[in-house]
Design a protein around this ligand. Structure first.
Ligand code: HPA
Ligand code: ZN
Length: 346
């Protein structure tokens, strides 16, 4: 592939056009303020904010927790299966516009079951949107159930049990919410149980937390992907292992900027990680809160870090490699990626 043939001026269009997957996106984090207000009205939920503008103005975060407080409050408007469907469908339309061919989507059932919204309501609403995304938009997708790590492992077990009757509608389990003080070890037994039933395993680690949490996500939870993982840069032995074993890190640059993990995008380490041979790709995390969907992440990161067409190819290729689909499907996407680069002159 002749990457040098792609001039910097054509790079933004190439980034928009190239096929890609999204592997780190919390569906509750795709809930736009307009939809929050519409659902609040539909379900007669009172909000603390008077207007869409006032709510959006509150999206000034200083760290992960300051975001989570407002993110859980926003999710309180979700009550009926149709609400979950509408939220996911809105995401799929944005994903289609960004040439996302496949999405592995996180959901946080405990945020809803705590409000007496049933597991059936959550999963059936989301799953129906996934089915329609395939038939109407040609986007394949799957759901990953995340346990909230600020809650206990017993509560995670209870959640897993409630979701079990719907086990054909999600492919894996993950771990999210407040990281510091809630190490992966806390969830060793419930991850082991999920693995016994063949679920895929992922975990947020090394977003704000130390490299030690990435080690234990790998060695104690047996996570197959690390969500975020950007703190790995402080541990040479860990970086070597991640590169050697091609353990994917689902990196989310705009999220890291908005939650002050880095002072701004120009300090982000995803370029270094790519250059050191790690399997990283870009993701939007909570696009309604962090200022952009997937292509916004690609465009702004490339501009801030001066990345090139070869980086773009590697990121898209990693996004296929790291997904939980068949090798045949990955080969199909790689051919589409090659065709896209050829069209742009590579
Ligand atoms: N980190 C942890 N928990 C989350 C996040 C995140 O970036 N987004 C939604 N829940
Ligand atoms: Zn996340």
């Amino acid at each position: 592939m002749n990457f040098a043939a792609i001039t910097p001026e054509r790079l933004p269009d190439l980034l928009r056009a190239m096929p890609k997957t999204e592997l780190h996106m919390h569906i509750e984090g795709s809930l736009e303020p307009e939809l929050i207000f519409a659902l609040a009205q539909r379900n007669k939920v009172r909000l603390r904010y008077q207007s869409v503008e006032e709510l959006r103005a509150a999206y000034a975060f200083t760290n992960l927790q300051s975001f989570l407080d407002i993110y859980y409050a926003g999710a309180s408007v979700l009550q009926q299966p149709q609400d979950f469907y509408d939220m996911a469908w809105a995401y799929f339309l944005r994903a289609k516009a960004d040439n996302v061919v496949h999405a592995e989507i996180f959901f946080d059932p405990q945020t809803h079951t705590a409000r007496k919204v049933s597991m059936r309501t959550v999963i059936t609403g989301l799953h129906r949107a996934c089915v329609d995304a395939q038939s109407q938009l040609g986007i394949s997708s799957s759901l990953i159930l995340c346990f909230l790590r600020h809650l206990s492992e017993d509560e995670a077990f209870d959640t897993f049990e409630k979701a079990f009757p719907f086990r054909d509608k999600f492919i894996g389990v993950g771990l999210d919410s407040s990281e510091r003080g809630h190490p992966p070890e806390k969830f060793e037994r419930v991850f082991k149980r999920a693995a016994q039933f063949g679920f895929k395993l992922v975990a947020h680690a090394g977003e704000e937390g130390p490299p030690a949490y990435i080690w234990s996500a790998l060695d104690v939870l047996h996570a197959q992907r690390i969500d975020h993982g950007v703190q790995a840069i402080h541990d040479t032995a860990l970086m070597a292992r991640l590169a050697k074993e091609r353990i994917p890190l689902t990196v989310c640059p705009l999220s890291n900027q908005k939650l002050c993990v880095f002072p701004d995008l120009s300090y982000h380490n995803v370029g270094q990680m790519l250059d050191q041979g790690l399997s990283v790709m870009l993701n939007s995390d909570d696009p309604a809160y962090f200022g952009g969907y997937l292509n916004d992440n690609y465009l702004q990161t490339f501009a801030a870090l001066n990345l090139n067409a070869q980086h773009a190819y590697q990121l898209a290729s990693n996004s296929f490699e790291a997904s939980f689909v068949s090798s045949e499907q990955k080969a199909v996407w790689r051919e589409q990626l090659d065709a896209c680069f050829a069209k742009f002159g590579a």
